[in-house]
Design a protein around this ligand. Structure first.
Ligand code: PLP
Length: 823
């Protein structure tokens, strides 16, 4: 028998066993099937477990090293992780991909089918959750001792289907077939309290007695970096009933009462984003935030105490990053632990907290900054509310000492002292953190000028920029093996974890042979995309068309409606001049591809989806149009779909109203894969312009200050429409039923929104957008010119690697070491 002590040495033997043998062993002994009965999913599990075995070794090794070196730890707290599938990612990082593919093929199986027989882990909505997932990959790759903390939702983001062109939501059940990657840690469990009351003893020491509590149980997933030597952990918390079910109640026959407590407790980790239109939904959401934040803090402090005996210098050894305000409750929770459980004074507890926590802001919309009704907050977190009042009192003194006016102070305290209505989580996160970062240069600048203007005046060194990035492993190496192979052939594979090396292909942008190879890769990727569209929608695409793609959450600020209006205008123009004789040039064929989910309660976003499908139904079936224009809406956008759409696109739509997209990361993925960007000067597009150069990105429209100015004076779109026959025609078609089977009411709200108010400035940007699209039509017909730009995009996007972002956080925010520290 072996002992735990020798575990790693024993694991070494595993390395000598051929990978295929390990897979077969798992198929039989872990999955419990033989080859003749195994289905794709069974093989997927067996392969996954075989890779996981290899990861565990590096995992234990990394843990040992971090302990031994007492390396500073970084904890990334995020309500969302948009991971996608993990098998190919792990095979790639462990260097096992080709061996695994060969083995799967040798068993007479279809490689893609086996690798893809895994549900996406879609524990998020969009960019914010995907950023967390890219950061996990990059922390492991750059050697940061990082750990992600989140919630193990039983149901991730809903599955989107279409019914008559309208979005329908169905529950998603990613855990139904099990999760091959996770380890349940029943011994890692914490109590999370809610409600109850607080008493103070003679010395003023507080004791909180919660009225109810639930348990958080840990589930761990190993996260291997590139080449697999550094393996971090993603720890997701699952809720369960505290204490056992009451057996007496059960035996007395009241099964419902016995089950009730269990159901209520488990509800906390049941779904991502419970609907917040009911008080129960809002309470559940607040409890979810407290649940995962408190469990994570308790867990990191338990670990801290295995090395240190007091919390005085917590911030020297631990850095916590709050991904948006969802975990902002960490501020009073950490202070509570320091004061009530470890005897620190309030002032000292606040200092230690402000040395440890950091906050990433993701939105400038004041209405999107989280706030909780004070009554609800007090009901669930009575002790935390007392601490927030102490923070506000202390903050008031600080602000007065800095000479701020008390009206201004009232506006930036956590709770407004006169209104006493809301607990404002953005202010709480800001006041309680050491650094606050925006996610692109423009967004950070606007943060200083708008949402956090007064807080910035008070703490001018707190706000810092960290422009987002994307992991080149998933978003180039894995999703685009053709391009990755071509690049490696030219410059070696050093780019995979040093993406700026892509610069080396820039001189090849005009090289005929390289262009030819690059174009062949794009064609193959377009074919793969077209096959997916065919399979899922029955629509046949012409791969000579420009594949023009907008994939992201459906939202007015992202302006999918401007894009579909442009499709209508193009349809009208082609109808009026089918051969292009009047304009003097044949039409460049185009495919407009859309995908994205609308929040279930966001009616206007759902109406945009319906409009896209309505326009598609007319355009795609019009014999005058043929292949010149196709409109496609692919349901159920997720990471796996993005991995096909991005490499197969020619044109990337990044057309948000300037000043509204904090960064975007979809924009980066597309440009890295050689799609040209049509976009506004918004979010990270601004920095992409700096990097790829103005000849290689297609920027149009109002700038952020112009948008703000028009919104401020409530500029109306009517003047612009009056002077634009093109817009007039679109508006009248939307009211006369051209795209709605003669139904004239369907788009009434749309016409009011865009035609009368147009808060998101679709109308004033429309002509510039149209003109830029026609310029791109022309450019596409000159393949050499187009592909020169595409290649230069790939070559110059290296800076947008999330490895760069993580090193920058590590140096400038976390003060944490990584593989390249000090070099
Ligand atoms: C990258 C990504 C996003 C973010 O896209 P944006 O265009 O930046 O909004 C959203 N969802 C998925 C699945 C992604 O991969």
């Amino acid at each position: 028998m072996t002992t735990i002590k020798h575990k790693i040495d024993d694991a070494k033997d595993l390395h000598d066993e051929p990978f295929g043998d390990v897979v077969l062993r798992h198929l039989i002994y872990s999955v419990g099937k033989d080859k003749t009965h195994a289905e794709a999913r069974d093989w997927n599990v067996a392969v996954s477990l075989a890779v996981r075995d290899r990861m565990v070794e590096g995992w234990i090794d990394t843990t040992r090293h971090v302990y031994a070196r007492q390396q500073k730890r970084v904890y990334y707290l995020s309500m969302e992780f948009m991971i996608g599938r993990m098998l190919e990612d792990n095979l790639t990082n462990l260097g096992l991909l080709s061996e695994a593919k060969e083995f799967i093929a040798s068993q007479g199986l279809d490689v893609e089918t086996v690798l893809h027989a895994e549900q996406d882990a879609a524990l998020g909505n969009g960019g914010l959750g995907r950023l967390a997932a890219c950061f996990m990959d990059s922390m492991a790759t750059t050697g940061v001792a990082g750990m992600g903390y989140g919630i193990r939702y039983q149901h991730g983001i809903f599955r989107q289907t279409l019914e008559d062109g309208w979005q329908m939501e169905e529950p998603e059940d990613w855990l139904f077939e099990g999760n091959s990657w996770e380890f349940r840690r029943p011994e890692v469990v914490y109590e999370i309290g809610f409600g109850g009351h607080v008493t103070h003893d003679a010395d003023g020491k507080a004791t909180w007695t919660p009225a109810e509590s639930v348990q958080a149980v840990a589930f761990d997933m190993p996260i291997a970096g590139w080449e697999g030597d550094h393996v971090n952990t993603l720890r997701l918390w699952s809720a369960r009933q505290s204490g056992m079910m009451n057996l007496d109640t059960f035996n007395d026959g009241d099964f419902m009462a016995a089950a009730r407590q269990q159901v209520l407790a488990e509800t906390i980790s049941k779904v991502l984003y419970p609907g917040d239109h009911t008080p129960q939904g809002r309470e559940l959401r607040l409890k979810q935030e407290v649940f995962f934040t408190s469990a994570s803090l308790q867990d990191m402090l338990r670990r801290f105490f295995t090395n240190y005996d007091n919390l005085d210098n917590l911030g020297d050894h631990v850095a916590v990053q709050l991904n948006d305000t969802h975990p902002a409750i960490a501020v009073p929770e950490l202070i509570r632990i320091l004061m009530d459980l470890h005897g620190y004074t309030f002032e000292r507890a606040l200092e230690i907290t402000r040395e440890t926590l950091h906050y990433t802001n993701h939105t400038l919309l004041p209405e999107a900054l989280e706030k909780w009704p004070k009554d609800l907050f007090e009901h669930i977190l009575p002790r935390h509310l007392q601490i927030i009042n102490m923070i506000d009192g202390h903050f008031y003194q600080e602000a007065m000492a800095k000479g701020l006016d008390h009206h201004i102070i009232a506006g930036i305290q956590v709770i407004h002292p006169h209104q006493q209505d809301w607990v404002r989580m953005g202010n709480l996160a800001f006041i309680g953190s050491r650094k606050v970062n925006g996610v692109s240069a423009l967004h950070t600048e606007l943060m200083k000028q708008t949402v956090f203007h007064d807080l910035h005046t008070m703490y001018p060194d707190k706000i810092i920029n960290q422009t987002n990035g994307v992991t080149p492993r998933r978003w180039l190496l894995e999703c685009n093996p053709g391009l990755a192979g071509l690049i490696t052939e030219q410059i070696g594979d050093g780019w995979i974890d040093d993406l700026e090396q892509l610069q080396k292909i820039a001189p090849l942008a005009t090289d005929a042979a390289f262009q030819k190879a690059y174009r062949a890769v794009k064609s193959a990727n377009k074919q793969r995309l077209a096959d997916m569209v065919q399979e899922r929608t029955g629509i046949t695409l012409n791969t000579d068309a420009i594949f023009d793609t907008q994939i992201k959450r459906i939202h007015e600020y992202k302006r999918q409606h401007m894009n579909i209006m442009e499709a209508i205008a193009l349809y009208n123009a082609i109808k009026a001049d089918p051969e292009g004789t009047k304009r003097g040039a044949a039409w460049q064929p185009r495919v407009k591809i859309f995908a994205g989910k609308a929040a279930p309660s966001y009616f206007f976003a759902k109406l945009i989806i319906k409009l896209i499908n309505d326009v598609a139904a007319v355009v795609n079936n019009d014999p005058d149009i043929g292949d010149k224009l196709k409109v496609v809406f692919l349901p159920n956008y997720n990471v796996s779909m993005a991995e096909v759409l991005i490499p197969g696109s020619d044109l990337s739509e990044q057309i948000s109203t300037a000043g509204f997209e904090a960064s975007g990361t979809g924009n980066m993925k597309f440009a890295l894969n050689g799609a040209l960007t049509i976009g506004t000067l918004d979010g990270a597009n601004v920095e992409m312009l700096d990097h790829v150069g103005e000849d290689n990105i297609f920027i149009f429209g109002l700038k952020a200050d112009e948008v703000a100015e028009r919104q401020h004076r409530r500029a109306r779109p009517s003047e612009v429409i009056k002077n634009s026959p093109m817009l007039q025609q679109i508006m009248s078609q939307l009211s006369d039923g051209t795209f709605s089977d003669g139904e004239t009411e369907r788009y009434r709200d749309f016409l009011t929104n865009v035609g009368d108010h147009d808060y998101f400035q679709v109308i004033p940007d429309f002509q510039a957008y149209w003109d830029m699209q026609r310029q791109l039509d022309g450019l596409y017909q000159n393949a050499e010119a187009w592909f020169e730009k595409a290649i230069l995009n790939t070559a110059r996007m290296g800076w947008f690697s999330s490895d760069r972002t993580i090193r920058s956080y590590a140096d400038q925010i976390w003060r944490a070491p990584h593989k390249m520290s000090g070099t």
